[in-house]
Ligand binder design. Structure first.
Ligand code: BGC
Length: 416
């Protein structure tokens, strides 16, 4: 049975009657068709934990708009009950004293955690966030029919991708579907940096920000590659949403998209099957690497016991093994829980899980800068700005962009 159908049937099952309970206001940014379905899986599953999810979805891939809305709500004195906050940003909110510590709610949670997720969800040793699933970002999503019909072999190198472009264009197909929004440009750039430099260099650059890495010529190489790839995109791409780029691949208007595996959620929402209707291939040179982002929820502190009890049930529901599996199947991810079997997941997910474990064991996971895993929100947005300007304006020399990014990252290091 097709996965889409399984999910649909599950969401149609009669639900247990929910006792009168305090609804929870949930802020998140899952608004594309695939993301929306995945959020719906969560909402339905949480009903079984007597949680009423009051949806506050803020459109905008990558979550920048959602985080701006969150700040405005907090300043106005009305933070949501639950928010999707990810990466070191969790620590910043916890440090300001806004987040509910979770340790008293975690008695039934498994002990076996991925080390990276365990660290991401703690602040000063105490658990303050609950993880739902793990994304892998260094993927290419391809329409296999396009390649077959044009007699092209599947691309495994940048030179091949550049060479194939002419054949694709002649056939009226956009070689690379993309949206020129700042976060999408940054997502592509970090993937290219990983491809060019590998995970050790990637970490030296974005995480440790060593003076050598900031001055390294591999950054310029990645910037050149970004510019080369821009020539494979169509003229309409500047303000395009990522899910619109996915739609172009789905409909065969474009050959591929380079983006995190939330794209798979779009394919799944169209009842398409991995390996058959679409392909996932690692970005050239990154087959053994895992550029990750982890989705997590936090709870804003509440005085009243009923809301706190509902928040505790929400956290419990997110850690439920069935919920984590169903959500990931729709979202394109692998479950956050380390103790779950991936039976029934496709090859893209199996590969992601395998590479994640291996890379974590050798200390070579690459935390996404564009998806808030590697730096602070301030540095992230300054880097987005530099990269976006560089991407839009072909007259900016690569050395200038490299130096501007080095200044941003170096300033952060100097504050530590
Ligand atoms: C989130 C994903 C989301 C993607 C696009 C990422 O930052 O981790 O859950 O699907 O942005 O909106």
């Amino acid at each position: 049975m097709k996965l889409g159908l399984v999910i649909l049937l599950l969401t149609l099952l009669p639900l247990p009657s929910v006792q009168a309970t305090t609804p929870l206001d949930v802020l998140h940014w899952w608004t594309s068709p695939g993301e929306h379905r995945a959020a719906e899986v969560l909402r339905q599953d949480l009903l079984q934990h007597s949680v009423i999810w009051q949806d506050h979805a803020v459109p905008g891939g990558g979550g920048d708009s959602a985080m701006a809305v969150l700040k405005a709500q907090v300043i106005a004195g009305s933070p949501p009950d639950v928010a999707q906050i990810i990466g070191p940003n969790i620590g910043e909110w916890a440090n300001l004293g806004y987040l509910q510590p979770l340790d008293e709610w975690t008695a039934n949670w498994p002990d076996d955690w991925h080390r990276t997720l365990d660290e991401l969800t703690r602040f000063n040793g105490e658990r303050v966030a609950v993880p739902i699933s793990i994304h892998r970002i260094n993927w290419m999503w391809l329409n296999p029919q396009v390649y077959q019909e044009l007699g092209l072999s599947l691309p495994t190198s940048w030179s091949q991708i550049m060479r194939d472009a002419e054949t694709l264009r002649d056939a009226g197909i956009t070689p690379l579907a993309h949206g020129g929004q700042p976060w999408q440009v940054a997502t592509l750039f970090e993937t290219l940096l990983l491809s060019v430099g590998g995970p050790e260099f990637y970490r030296d650059y974005f995480v440790y920000r060593t003076p050598e890495a900031l001055a390294d010529s591999r950054v310029e190489e990645a910037l050149h590659l970004l510019r080369d790839l821009k020539t494979l995109m169509d003229d309409e791409m500047q303000n395009r949403e990522w899910q619109e780029a996915s739609r172009m691949v789905i409909e065969g208007e474009a050959a591929m998209q380079i983006m995190g595996d939330w794209v798979k959620g779009e394919f799944v929402a169209h009842s398409m099957e991995a390996g058959q209707d679409f392909l996932c291939m690692p970005v050239p040179g990154t087959a053994q690497h895992h550029l990750y982002s982890v989705d997590t929820f936090v709870f804003f502190q509440r005085e009243d016991d009923e809301t706190r009890a509902a928040q505790a049930r929400f956290a419990e529901g997110i850690m439920d093994s069935n919920t984590q599996r169903l959500f990931s199947l729709q979202k394109g991810t692998i479950p956050a829980r380390a103790d779950l079997s991936l039976a029934g997941f496709d090859d893209c997910a199996q590969t992601s899980a395998h590479v994640f474990r291996e890379a974590e064991a050798t200390g070579l996971l690459a935390p996404s800068m564009a998806h808030s895993m590697a730096t602070t929100p301030g540095v992230e947005s300054a880097l987005f700005h530099v990269l976006h300007r560089f991407f839009r304006d072909d007259d900016i020399p690569v050395t200038t962009a490299r130096e501007q990014m080095a200044r941003v990252l170096g300033a952060l290091r100097d504050h530590e």
